[in-house]
Ligand binder design. Structure first.
Ligand SMILES: [Zn+2]
Length: 164
């Protein structure tokens, strides 16, 4: 299954905010919770301002993770019924949990700093408050991880770690 990734909005460079131009594409594998494997075609973008190369990441992707954001979310915060029932090796699930445990404070602090840095509209800052609540209480709405990823990637604050 091959999917082409196209965002409707024009994406600004996370480093200098110039408008990115498309220069090509590359393939990216993705595993869903069901175990289904997908291939995404992701556009390579170049910034005319600072010359950096970026990739257009849809929010179903967690950068540097092989599983979809929905899958990673389910693995790091499973419901009681699905405890220890993962779509991946137990060791992979453990690595993902440790990754999230280690970065949780970074995520919280970064979201907080974004609310101060950017003059977000009310709806957006409300969403960030919901995300912060989710990170503090480990309960709340589904789909929080892809929102978190989007805020961090779009602001150039995603941490590149080597793990699951
Ligand atoms: Zn730039």
């Amino acid at each position: 299954m091959i999917f082409y990734v196209r965002s409707r909005e024009t994406i600004p460079c996370p480093d200098c905010e110039a408008k990115l131009t498309v220069i090509g594409s590359r393939k990216r594998g993705l595993i869903e919770y069901s175990g289904e494997k997908k291939v995404l075609i992701i556009r390579r973008l170049r910034c005319p301002g600072c010359g950096k190369i970026h990739h257009e990441l849809p929010d179903i992707i967690v950068p540097y993770k092989r599983y979809s954001s929905e899958t990673v979310e389910l693995i790091i915060s499973p419901s009681k019924e699905q405890k220890d029932d993962y779509p991946c090796e137990l060791s992979t699930a453990k690595r993902l949990k440790i990754w999230f445990f280690l970065l949780r404070n970074y995520f919280k602090n970064t979201l907080l700093s974004l609310t101060f840095l950017y003059d977000y509209e009310e709806a957006l800052s409300k969403e960030i408050q919901c995300l912060l609540f989710r990170l503090n209480n480990s309960s709340g709405f589904n789909g929080w991880l892809k929102k978190l990823v989007r805020y961090l990637v779009n602001s150039g604050r995603w941490l590149h770690t080597r793990s699951a």
